[in-house]
Design a protein around this ligand. Sequence first.
Ligand code: 5GP
Ligand code: ZN
Length: 137
Amino acid sequence: MADPDCIFCKIIAGELPARIVDEDEHTIAFMDIAPATRGHALVIPRTHSVDLTDVSGADLQAVAVAAQRLAGRMRARLGADGINLLNACGPAAWQTVFHFHVHVIPRYDGDPLRLPWVPSAGDPDEIALAAQELARP
Ligand code: 5GP
Ligand code: ZN
């Protein structure tokens, strides 16, 4: 269940302090110690899993619902104008803590966050090729 080397498992066990803002049977949510914006929180499943490809469907569902709950509170109580959900899966995708988590990041008009890529039209053949590889079966 718990990984003894995992800081988020230690938060769940109460062995490390955290500002907990939401809890249910399957998840807890707490404030990120290095917030991107005011109110930045993390939602995690109580059961240890490494990342998006490892988490159970039931835990993923519970985390999504908890993230939605927090997003509503961020709008209502913090005055957020929008919310970003972010998950980093693997070091190449910026993951630094290997206990599955979803960032819930309140956004405020005029805040300094920027998209990490510059949208520009892709090559249609390359898009089609990637689609072929991704599509079922
Ligand atoms: P990742 O980089 O894996 O997507 O996200 C990990 C997040 O956990 C980071 O935003 C980081 O600030 C946060 N974090 C790392 N260690 C701790 C900690 O001990 N307590 C809390 N509350 N957040 C942490
Ligand atoms: Zn863990």
